[in-house]
Design a protein around this ligand. Structure first.
Ligand SMILES: [Zn+2]
Length: 224
């Protein structure tokens, strides 16, 4: 069973790489990911997901901080940071249960990313839990593992600022249950080249400032 995840691209332009010195610590930029959950996710599951996603990006030379801005559990206090405008090194990831309306004849995405090609960057990725669970079930692998990889893939799009896919590795356009069962490490890694371009893409956002951080602040503004 093949499931394909997709992306959305808006506009087209070229930007110039200029990095702010404070953006990097020993060449490793820090990405801050605000997360929004539309349904309950077991705390221990979520810990595993972000641990695994952090590992994938870390091996590509990018450190990640996670800020949990909304959860189906209303008792969890929202961090103050979530009420502030997005900074240049911040992106949002939302986990939703219901995918977008299916288009006849098309496979449903595991996730998608809103990428503004005019700035070659993106700020919001959406993960479709039902599709992730479906693929994980078919392959008889952990949903956490699949979700972590989908999140890392979509973060790749946001930082690369492009709809480009690779023929090999994590940035492949379609994943199969067979590939998940085979579990070859190289299928779930970002390449050195992708890591470099993602680091450059992240640092480049410091020069875009408000252009990138165009998504309003607040947990209710991310469509959840
Ligand atoms: Zn993709």
């Amino acid at each position: 069973m093949n499931l394909v995840h997709s992306f959305v691209v808006v506009g087209l332009a070229v930007t110039i790489l200029i990095a702010r010195p404070e953006a990097a610590v020993f060449g490793r930029p820090l990405l801050v990911v605000r997360t929004y959950q539309a349904m309950p996710v077991e705390a221990r599951d979520w810990k595993t997901v972000i641990h695994d996603a952090t590992g994938i990006l870390s091996r590509a030379g990018i450190d990640v901080d996670w800020v949990h801005c909304s959860s189906a559990d209303s008792h969890i206090e929202v961090p103050t940071q979530c009420t502030l405008p997005y900074r240049w090194n911040e992106v949002g990831v939302r986990i939703v249960r219901r995918p977008l309306s299916p288009t006849r004849g098309k496979v449903m995405p595991l996730g998608d990313s809103l990428v503004d090609a005019s700035t070659r960057s993106g700020t919001l990725a959406t993960i479709y839990l039902e599709q992730v669970e479906s693929l994980a079930r078919t392959a008889a692998v952990s949903t956490n593992t699949v979700m972590a990889r989908v999140i890392a893939h979509e973060l790749g799009h946001l930082l690369l600022g492009t709809n480009t896919h690779s023929t090999i590795g994590l940035m492949r356009p379609a994943w199969t249950a067979e590939e998940l069962v085979r579990n070859r490490p190289r299928d779930w890694m970002l390449s050195a080249d992708e890591g470099q371009h993602m680091r450059q893409g992240l640092l480049r956002r410091s020069e875009l400032d408000g252009a990138v951080a165009s998504m309003p602040a607040g947990p209710n503004r991310a469509g959840l």
